[in-house]
Design a protein around this ligand. Sequence first.
Ligand SMILES: NC(=O)c1ccc[n+]([C@@H]2O[C@H](COP(=O)([O-])OP(=O)(O)OC[C@H]3O[C@@H](n4cnc5c(N)ncnc54)[C@H](OP(=O)(O)O)[C@@H]3O)[C@@H](O)[C@H]2O)c1
Length: 332
Amino acid sequence: MKNDKMKAYVVEQVEPKKFISSIQEVDIPTITQDEVLICSSHSSLNYKDALSSVGNPGVSRNFPHITGIDVAGTITQTNSKEFNIGDKVVVTGYDLGMNTKGGHSQYVKVPAAWVVKLPDGLSQKQSMIYGTAGFTASLCVDALLANGIKNGKILVSGATGGVGSISITILSKLGFEPIAITSKKEKIPFLKSIGAIEVLLTGDMDTQNKKPLLSEQYDGMIDTLGGDILAHSLKAIRYDGVVACCGIAASFELHTTMFAFILRAVKLIGIDSVQCPIEKKRAVWHKIASEFRIDDNILENLTTHIELEDIKPIYDKMLSGQITGRYLVNIS
Ligand SMILES: NC(=O)c1ccc[n+]([C@@H]2O[C@H](COP(=O)([O-])OP(=O)(O)OC[C@H]3O[C@@H](n4cnc5c(N)ncnc54)[C@H](OP(=O)(O)O)[C@@H]3O)[C@@H](O)[C@H]2O)c1
C-alpha cells in the first residue's frame, strides 16, 4: 500500500438501480478547517450500512461511496483545537456512512463536531461492538429510565439484531426482566444466554386480534420493527408504561388506536441516534463505559469478528433479517 493510499469497502453505481461493491485502494482524504483525520481501528455493521450498500436513496445518494455509519480509531491529523494527534475517539451518526464516506476504511475524515473522545475504560474495539446499534440501545434504555421505568418486564423486538441484542444485555444488567420478541425459534437459547427471561416468537403473536386493548402485562418496550408487532404490543403495556421506538425493520407504518395512550397513559417515545446532540452522545458513551457496561464475556458471546473483505455476504443476510448479534469489523 502506497503512503497516500488506503484500503476501503467501496460501493459503485453501475446502472440506475444496480450497485456493486469491492475492496479498493483509494486516496487518503485531505482534511480542511475544523476537520480531523482518524486512523480507523474498528467499525461495525448496522442495518443502515446494508441499505446504503444497495443504493437505498433514503441513506446514500452519492457514489462511489464507502459504507460504515460508525468508526473508532486514533486521530492522526487535526485542524481542530478540541483534538490532539493520538486521541482515541469514536464517531456514530450524523452523515457518516450516508453521503460522507464511512468507517469501512483505513482512514476517515470527519468534522471535529461529530467526534467523541473515548471514555476511560472503553477500548476502541469494545466501543465498536456496541457501535451505533449499542449506542441506540443505550438511548432507548436511557429513555425508559428517564420516564420512570426503573424495573419490570420490558419487551424487546428484533431481539437477535444489533439494537435488540444489546438492549437485552443492558436491561438484564440493570435488573430489568427483558422479554425477547424474535422471528427465529432456533435462537431462543442464544437470547436466554444474553439475559432474556422469556422469548416470544413473532409467528405465535396474535397480531390480527381486533381488540383495542389486551391485559396489562409489560412495563415497557424497546421496538426496532414498527408495524404490526409494535401495534400489537402497545395494547399490552401497563398503565404509565413507556415504549421507546427506534426502528422500522419490519414496517414504517403503525396502525393503532388511541386507547393505550388515553386510557393507560402509555408513552410512545421516538429515539434518534443520528442527529442526537454531541453533548448527549458524550453523556451516553460515558454511561456505556460505566453503569450500562456489559460484561466482556457477554459482549464476546454476541459478536462476530470480521474483516473488510467479509462484509458483502453479511449485508445480504442483514437485509433479509437473517443476522444475529453484532458484527465487529477489524480494520487495522
Ligand atoms: N433510530 C435510530 O437512530 C436507529 C439506530 C440504529 C438502528 N435503527 C433501526 O433499528 C432497526 C434495527 O437495527 P439493527 O441495527 O438492530 O438491525 P439488525 O442488526 O439488522 O437486526 C434487525 C433484526 O430485526 C428483525 N427483523 C424482523 N423483520 C425483519 C425484516 N423484514 N428485515 C430485517 N430485519 C427484520 C430480525 O430479528 P429477529 O429475527 O430476532 O426478529 C433482525 O435480526 C433498523 O430499522 C434500523 O434502521 C435506528
